[in-house]
Design a protein around this ligand. Structure first.
Ligand SMILES: NC(=O)C1=CN([C@@H]2O[C@H](COP(=O)(O)OP(=O)(O)OC[C@H]3O[C@@H](n4cnc5c(N)ncnc54)[C@H](O)[C@@H]3O)[C@@H](O)[C@H]2O)[C@@H](O)CC1
Ligand SMILES: Nc1ncnc2c1ncn2[C@@H]1O[C@H](COP(=O)(O)OP(=O)(O)O)[C@@H](O)[C@H]1O
Ligand SMILES: [K+]
Length: 496
């Protein structure tokens, strides 16, 4: 796991590194600029390309000036610098880097409030106007400049953060940003990069190490952590010699209805392919033929005999394609089992919120944004939504899997884990049913809810990434299911 820091914590990490390494802050800026330049050179190998570097007068602007000098030293000889002199203050390290730039053959233009901006004639923009110091939405001259630069429609590479995007906190829908094709960000991705609102600010981001004290960073109390492949290797167990189907638990999937039987099949299939020793689908009898044809490995039980099957199960999923006529309240009176509630079960819960109190501790809820808002109230931004999820997970002692491009996994202690895997090829119906089946299978295999959740979300996205890398522009959910075992094997093998 990697701690994701607030901008205040990032400043603390800067200060700590400066004081204890020790390193002068201007030398840390130089290191950051060099890390940026190295990453930039990987992205843009053509040294004849004309580059416009737009700088503010804070430390982000200081980075931009150092980048200009270093690019020129690395053979990029068509660099132009614009400085936005909209504030009366400039940072000390900005001033030092401006003085150094005077010895380089790089044209520098300065713009003051109300100045007209010339047409942008360069092919690439480097955005070093404002970084993590952003303290309000862009307006006035800043907004005018950003709109002028956006209108030029040339690829922009942001230094640390696209100008106008807050590093954390609410990203208002009215916020305007300097759109970046890529952001090269220092040491850690910023929290807001994981919110859908950041799609307005950039296409993608790269993280570069600028040598801040990692031990210090990892010891900071962080509410948000990013899951890494090494965490999954640490959690995921291989199959044991002399094991048998009883070793790997029994998953019970309560799902499906006349028009939504596919959801039940996808969920049950994902459970089989995610290693549950046994999987039973509790579906309407009319789905039996399809179930046997598609997944003969899965056992069937009618709704009438659910109580006995519940006894035998090691983990239970309720919801995919279930419809709204089942008696969820009655089910929650059965003995407590590791439980996953998804789709229609979440709608039933939203209709009768008092049932939240009946959920066994550590139950896992897997809402997408709309299901979440139905349960816990409308939200106009993701910062608020994730913070509500944290409060509710603590209040109800549940795990909340708030699904999206980056899925937020919120634990009963309020800690948030961010899943980095997955891609837009997975944006197709049934993907959530597959996730629920995977999660239930891992619970049935005895993984504690926190581990089962992290494992399922990571491997779900990782299977999607594997298929996308093989050339699948769109991934049907059934294909994702089939890719789970090879994804699993690749993770286990990468341990050796
Ligand atoms: N030692 C350090 O602190 C390091 C900082 N680094 C760079 O420093 C950046 C942060 O620098 P700063 O803290 O100087 O802040 P910025 O350079 O992001 O912003 C400068 C100043 O602009 C003003 N401002 C903010 N939002 C505004 C708005 N909407 N309209 C008008 N004025 C606004 C604020 O007074 C702010 O302090 C990072 O993003 C990173 O690029 C890197 O050089 C690494 C080391
Ligand atoms: N663009 C994307 N990037 C990463 N993951 C995605 C993307 N689109 C969808 N997914 C994943 O697919 C699943 C979709 O879940 P959900 O909306 O419940 O689907 P459904 O209701 O069709 O089963 C989630 O786990 C989500 O994280
Ligand atoms: K920037």
């Amino acid at each position: 796991m990697k701690n994701i820091l607030t901008s205040e914590q990032m400043r603390e990490a800067d200060r700590h590194t400066i004081a204890t390494e020790p390193i002068a802050s201007v030398d840390l800026m130089e290191r950051a600029a060099l890390a940026f330049v190295k990453a930039f050179m990987q992205l843009h190998r053509d040294k004849n390309v004309s580059i416009l570097i737009c700088c503010g007068t804070g430390n982000n602007g200081g980075d931009g000036l150092a980048v200009a000098r270093l690019l020129q030293q690395h053979g990029y000889d068509n660099v132009t610098v614009w400085i936005a002199r909209f504030a009366s203050r400039q940072s000390t390290d900005f001033a030092t880097n401006l003085a150094k730039l005077h010895y380089c053959p790089i044209p520098v233009s300065e713009f003051f409030p109300s100045d007209e901006f010339p047409a942008v004639t360069q092919s690439i923009l480097i955005d070093a106007l404002l970084g993590s110091g952003l303290n309000k939405l862009l307006d006035g001259d800043w907004l005018r400049l950003v709109q002028h630069l956006n209108a030029a429609r040339i690829p922009s590479i942001a230094v640390d953060i696209p100008t106008g995007l807050p590093a954390d906190g609410i990203v208002p829908s009215t916020a305007q940003m300097l759109y970046a094709r890529e952001a090269i960000t220092f040491q850690r991705p910023k929290l807001s990069f994981f919110f859908p609102e950041s799609a307005k600010a950039m296409d993608k981001f790269h993280v570069v190490d600028i040598g801040l004290d990692e031990v210090f960073i990892e010891n900071l109390p962080a509410d948000f952590k990013l899951v890494e492949a090494s965490d999954i290797r640490g959690i995921l167990r291989g199959r044991k010699r002399f094991s048998h189907k009883g070793t790997y638990g029994h998953a019970l999937i309560i799902a499906g209805n006349t028009h939504t039987m596919g959801a039940a099949l996808l969920c049950a299939g994902a459970s089989v392919y995610s290693g549950a020793g046994l999987t039973t689908a509790c579906i309407p009898a009319e789905g039996l033929l399809a179930l046997n044809a598609r997944y003969p490995e899965v056992m069937y039980t009618p709704r009438e005999t659910l109580a006995e099957n519940w006894e035998d199960a090691d983990a239970v999923a309720v919801g995919p394609g279930l419809g709204l006529t089942v008696d969820l309240q009655h089910m929650l009176e059965y003995p407590a089992k590791p439980l996953v509630l998804d789709a229609d079960a979440l709608t039933l819960l939203a209709r009768n919120k008092s049932l939240m109190k009946k959920l066994p501790p550590n139950s896992v809820l897997t809402p997408h944004m709309k299901e979440f808002d139905r349960l816990f109230g409308e939200h106009s931004n993701w910062w608020d939504r994730v913070n509500t999820a944290r409060r509710r997970a603590v209040q109800h002692q549940t795990v909340i899997v708030l699904k999206n491009q980056y899925t937020f996994m919120i634990m009963p202690d309020g800690q948030v884990y961010i899943n980095p895997t997955g891609n837009p090829a997975m944006a197709s119906g049934g993907m959530g049913d597959v996730l629920t089946g995977m999660l239930t299978a891992f619970l049935a295999q005895g993984y504690p809810p926190q581990e089962a959740t992290i494992l399922a979300c990571y491997m779900h996205g990782s299977a999607g990434d594997r298929l996308a890398a093989e050339g699948m522009a769109v991934i049907p959910a059934t294909e994702l299911i089939a890719a789970i075992p090879v994804t699993w094997d690749a993770i286990v093998q990468s341990n050796c």
